[in-house]
Design a binder for this molecule. Structure first.
Ligand code: ATP
Ligand code: MG
Length: 802
């Protein structure tokens, strides 16, 4: 039982204090205990008899009180309520048994009787302390648990204050480490965008705000893009928090970061879309357009272009572009850049993918950068499209958000470019094959229009041949088409006309040895008809293999016409000689008589002279024409016999001396040697006359004509006649034409010297009919030398040459 001293006669009060549940202690100014009730005895373990009269600090050993208030209650008494704002203290004390425990003390400073005193109600608050500690522990436990989750969790209280944001949510929103408690409409809510990543969410649209308003939300997709951090994509579940009886406590959101899955899905979608485009595209242009659209759409980017390397390999042309609806940026389809120029040119030159995170911050001078920025484009990625080592083009993609380089995306786009490259390569091969087939059709069409047989054979190393191509399957040669796999060479050898076999064998071996060759010969067709075939063959070497390309033409008709032609020519010759030559001969006979007739007047004689000269010229012309016609028909005949070349030449020279003198020319002949030849004297004389008349005719006054004969030192038994002059000569490039009929050198024409150009053609034919050769060459010092070589002893039965 405790004692309450000095409380006067307030017995009732004393009784109340004795029964009170809280301890009651009363102290004097020196801190000595004056009252100590039963509850104080229970709480501190000191009975009232021992407690009353002792200093309270000796008894309760309140370390924390001492620590804070110096010498304890004495200090409190001195300073009074000034240091105790609410007259209520929490402190720790130690009981009689040494147990430490927290108390709450309500103080009352009493000064009524002149001596200050302190009355204190003491309440054990151990339980309350324990409960608070437990709450704190639970909170720590919860926070640690939430922070360990990958899911972001955010909760707000009834006032809409964010009371709980776990580590994952802080990371997603980039909350500063020491962030002040935010409101649910605070700054973080302004980094939230709709799934397109572009449209900002209004404050009332955020999942937490909707849940706060009472909605329950499952699986809302949104994009979080805090300033200076990458874009994250989340699926959010949100719900209001309420007590079981329906009292609203706030709202909570759980954010699942699906950025990586989403990106993987986007990449897969893009690859899939590209694969589909490639599978369905009908041409290279469709591929570039389709791939751009597919990739830009699948990535949810804004723009793409395709640049192709021109056929000349010195520029890139923009062949296609695609932008999301409403984008005000495109590429002029005829725009061209050189290697190294612009983003496309840069990628072409380096052959490497290039990622520009922010066009606005890139220092390179790209021509269309300002336009792109104005249209809202920020990130650009450009990649080469290759076939093997060769760059075929460049693909460019642009996004209107700043995107940091993304290796996975570049790898995916690289894969897309590789697909496109392979497609273009395959397509090009197909297009080439089509073009080849078309040109082959065209070739076949052309070839089918001609009657000739166009062919190619391969000459194998062992000498055998393989037919590579036959336009008419040799129908023109054999009368009937032969099967494709026939051995044409063998068939030709088998069907050759016996008379032409030798010539054909020679031709065949020239073809097989890879030489140019041609032949005109007869084949007996499979239909029994004999045909003249003209075959030309040209060798071609390709990659170490030998081919021969050729044309075979049926010239049977040509031969028939030629024979017809010869026959007609013979008839003409006969006609001319009888119907023209004979009358002229008659005219000449009579005019010769007329010229010699005495008693003609001067005029009559002049006229007769003109008729004489003109008819002589006419006769010579007719003779020349006849000679030529006979030459063509192979009918020129010579009648060789042993004669003295020396004498024949001397006679000819003598006969031309008058003409030479009238032209004031020196005619020199060195004719000491006796040279017998076997020749037709009339025809040989014709040769000499032609050569001498030319030499005199084409040598101006004061010149010289020199005639020589001799035996050739080299060719045994060859007689040589030379006629050299100092005349006007012949331009060197015209020598090859000298012996063709009707040819007249430019020098003769310029000098105005008349002639028909038949003399040398006839001369050559006569010399060759004798088995000889005639040549012409410039004379040293000016003029011309004509040389005739004749076999000295021609067999008398020699056949005429054609
Ligand atoms: P014709 O049929 O009357 O003889 P032509 O003398 O013109 O006429 P050719 O004798 O065949 O015909 O000679 C052909 C051409 O060759 C001549 O026109 C002349 O231009 C040139 N020619 C021939 N001999 C000589 C020569 N000795 N000097 C210069 N030119 C010559
Ligand atoms: Mg002449």
């Amino acid at each position: 039982m405790g004692t309450v001293g000095h409380l006067g006669d307030a017995k009732a009060l004393q009784a109340i204090l004795e029964r009170a549940r809280d301890a009651f202690i009363s102290l004097d100014a020196a801190g000595t205990i004056r009252a100590w009730n039963a509850a104080a005895e229970r709480l501190f373990g000191w009975p009232a008899e021992e407690a009353v009269g002792r200093r309270v600090t000796d008894l309760l050993a309140p370390p924390s009180l001492r620590a804070r208030y110096g010498e304890g209650l004495a200090y409190l008494l001195e300073h009074g309520p000034a240091v105790l704002p609410d007259h209520r203290l929490e402190l720790t004390v130690t009981d009689r048994g040494g147990r430490e425990f927290p108390i709450e003390m309500a103080l009352q400073v009493d000064d009524e009787h002149g001596a200050p005193a302190i009355h204190a109600f003491v309440h054990d608050i151990s339980e309350r302390h324990a409960a608070r500690r437990q709450l704190e522990e639970e909170r720590t436990f919860l926070q640690t648990l939430l922070d360990s989750l990958q899911v972001g969790v955010m909760a707000c209280d009834t006032d809409g204050r964010l009371t709980l944001v776990n580590q994952a949510a802080r990371q997603l929103h980039r909350f500063p480490a020491e962030s002040a408690a935010e409101d649910l409409h605070g700054p973080h809510s302004r980094h939230l965008f709709a799934p397109d990543g572009r449209t900002p969410l209004r404050p009332e649209q955020t999942p937490l705000a909707r849940a706060f308003a009472g909605e329950q939300i499952e699986g809302q997709h949104l994009v979080i893009r805090p300033p200076g951090a990458g874009t994250r994509r989340c699926v959010v579940n949100s719900r209001p928090i309420a007590t079981p009886d329906g009292r609203r406590l706030g709202a909570v959101s759980a954010l699942h970061d699906i950025t990586d899955q989403h990106r993987a899905q986007v990449l897969r979608d893009a690859q899939h879309a590209v694969a589909q485009v490639l599978a369905e595209a009908a041409g290279s242009e469709q591929v570039s357009a389709g791939v751009l659209t597919a990739v830009v759409r699948a990535l949810d980017w804004s723009y793409g272009e395709y640049w192709q390397i021109g056929s000349t390999q010195n520029h890139l042309t923009c062949v296609g572009s695609w932008g999301r609806p409403g984008l005000s940026f495109t590429c002029d389809p005829e725009m061209r850049v050189q290697p190294g120029q612009g983003l496309a040119g840069l990628v072409w030159a380096t052959g490497r993918a290039t990622w520009i995170s922010d066009l606005g911050a890139d220092p390179r001078p790209f021509a269309r950068r300002q336009d792109a920025l104005r249209a809202g484009l920020r990130t650009a990625v450009a990649l080469p499209v290759r076939s093997g080592d060769q760059v075929l083009g460049v693909l460019i993609f642009c996004s209107d958000a700043v995107q940091e380089p993304d290796d996975d995306l570049v790898a995916m786009l690289d894969g897309v470019c590789a697909h496109v490259g392979r497609y273009l390569e395959r397509r090009r091969a197909e297009e080439l094959a089509l073009a080849l087939a078309a040109s082959r059709r065209h070739f076949d069409q052309v070839v089918s229009q001609i009657d000739d047989n166009v062919w190619t054979i391969e000459i194998l190393p062992d000498g055998r041949t393989r037919s590579v191509y036959q336009s008419q399957r040799a129908a023109g040669i054999f009368g009937d088409p032969v099967p494709d796999d026939s051995d044409i060479s063998g068939l030709l050898l088998q069907q050759i006309h016996p008379d032409d076999r030798e010539a054909y064998t020679a031709f065949d071996s020239r073809v097989r040895s890879g030489e140019n060759a041609q032949i005109e010969c007869r084949f007996v067709g499979l239909d029994g008809v004999v045909r003249w075939i003209w075959i030309r063959s040209t060798p071609r070497r390709e990659g170490g293999r030998l081919f021969a390309d050729g044309i075979s033409t049926d010239v049977t008709e040509h031969h028939r016409l030629a024979e017809e032609h010869d026959r007609m020519k013979d008839e003409l010759v006969a006609l001319v000689s009888h119907e023209l030559r004979n009358p002229i001969g008659a005219i000449r006979g009579y005019v010769e008589m007329l010229v010699d007739t005495p008693g003609l007047t001067e005029t009559q004689r002049t006229f007769a002279g003109i008729i004489d000269r003109t008819s002589a010229h006419l006769l010579r012309l007719v003779d020349d024409l006849l000679d030529l016609a006979r030459l063509d028909a192979g009918h020129i005949t010579i009648d060789p016999r042993p004669i003295s070349l020396t004498r024949l030449v001397r006679q000819a020279v003598d006969d031309h001396r008058a003409a030479a003198e009238s032209g004031h020319l020196d005619l020199v002949a060195d004719l000491d040697l006796q040279l017998p030849v076997n020749a037709d004297p009339l025809r040989l004389r014709q040769v000499l006359d032609n050569l001498l008349s030319n030499a005199i005719k084409y040598t101006p006054e004061g010149g010289a004509v020199t005639v020589g004969i001799g035996a050739d030192e080299e060719g045994e038994g060859t007689a040589v006649v030379t006629v050299a002059d100092t005349g006007i000569g012949i331009p060197p490039e015209q020598y090859p034409l000298l012996f063709t009929r009707f040819f007249r050198a430019s020098t003769a024409q310029e000098a105005g010297i008349k002639g028909t150009g038949l003399g040398l053609a006839i001369t050559k034919a006569i010399v060759e009919a004798h088995g000889g050769v005639i040549t012409a060459a410039p004379r040293e010092g000016g003029g011309t030398v004509l040389t005739v070589r004749l076999p000295a002893s021609l067999p008398s039965a020699a056949s005429p040459a054609g």
